[in-house]
Design a protein around this ligand. Structure first.
Ligand code: ZN
Length: 332
């Protein structure tokens, strides 16, 4: 004969965790007004590893030691300057806010300058039943809410920024239940566990299956040598090649690179001839981000007109895991 045991009866004989029941689960809207994979990317997930190692919810390493939230990154500072909204992930009441901190990379300010204010400009919203969400690194002067305000799911709270402990424009988003950090990609996954747990994202969203170990966040052409800083500021997009440019360069920046990865980029003329290529040495260690470029100086008086094609290839464990071609027109 089968007997059914209620949850409360089980609690009498087991140690009951404070994990919420299914009916108490909170679901969340995407907290940034962006399209994941095109106008924003996840740089870091919650770290599930209890030691100094790292483990994300998919058993990968797209996180760093002790990271307690999800970092949703914009492609460059140009996107931030134009303004990308941070929105309430669920309805609730604003508990805290901070504004007034400058949008400056911590590489420039130094960690001491932002000690105790690592979150930068941000807010905490309480949703009831012990659930809260925290939003960090928002743009100076962009906060549109104050403590005590009621907000609805999807309501703008402010803009993505570069305040607090950050080197690139992103929203750090932390979910808590009864003050304990919860990974919204894997609720109920215990420390050290991965590929388990429930998604707390609204069913219309699918960021869980969009998990990418590695992805390209910038790709383009320039009329001169490219630097990481100019990709990050977006300045390099202001220098597209023309028929009289002194040089023609193609570049790609990717995130989530791993030790031993092999990256290559080639640039082909409108006639299909390889005019520049670069193969980066095997990476000696994991890299949160990396860029490579290939280019050449102009030989004749003008670049031949037509469509130039660049192709980026990433090989891992002897297999090709990423290939992206992109094009540019040189017209008179
Ligand atoms: Zn973060």
């Amino acid at each position: 004969m089968r007997t059914s045991v209620s949850a409360s009866a089980l609690c009498a004989v087991m140690t009951c965790a404070t994990a919420p029941s299914s009916s108490e689960l909170q679901h969340f809207a995407w907290p940034v007004a962006c399209n994941l994979g095109t106008t924003c990317f996840i740089q870091n997930y919650v770290d599930h590893d209890p030691t100094e190692k790292t483990l994300d919810f998919r058993c990968g390493h797209r996180t760093y030691d002790g990271h307690d939230g999800t970092d949703i990154r914009l492609p460059d500072l140009d996107f931030q300057r134009k303004g990308v909204e941070v929105v309430a992930a669920a309805s609730g009441r604003v508990a805290h806010t901070r504004d007034g901190m400058d949008d400056v990379s911590v590489k420039v300010l130094g960690k001491a300058a932002i000690a105790g204010r690592e979150c930068g400009n941000g807010t905490v919203v309480e949703h009831g039943n012990g659930w809260s969400t925290q939003y960090c690194h928002m743009a100076k002067g962009s906060l549109r809410v104050k403590p005590g305000d009621s907000v609805r799911s999807g309501q703008a709270l402010g803009l993505v920024g570069l305040s607090g402990n950050t080197e690139f424009p992103h929203l750090h988003f932390t979910v808590r239940h009864d003050r304990t950090v919860v990974d919204p990609f894997a609720e109920a996954a215990a420390k050290g566990e991965c590929n388990v747990g429930r998604s707390l994202w609204q069913s219309t969203l699918d960021p869980v299956s969009n998990y990418r170990p590695t992805e390209i966040i910038n790709a383009g052409f320039a009329d001169r040598a490219v630097t990481m800083d100019e990709i990050e500021t977006g300045e390099i997009k202001q220098s597209p090649p023309s028929s009289h440019s002194a040089a023609l360069v193609a570049y790609v920046r990717a995130i989530g690179l791993q030790a031993e990865d092999e990256q290559a980029i080639e640039l082909r003329s409108p006639q299909g001839l390889v005019i520049a290529e670069y193969r980066a040495p095997k990476l000696p260690r994991d890299q949160a981000q990396y860029f490579i470029a290939a280019g050449r100086k102009r030989v004749g008086s003008v670049w031949p007109l037509g469509t130039y094609t660049a192709t980026f290839i990433l090989r891992r464990n002897a297999g090709e895991i990423e290939r992206r071609s992109f094009q540019m027109e040189i017209a008179q």
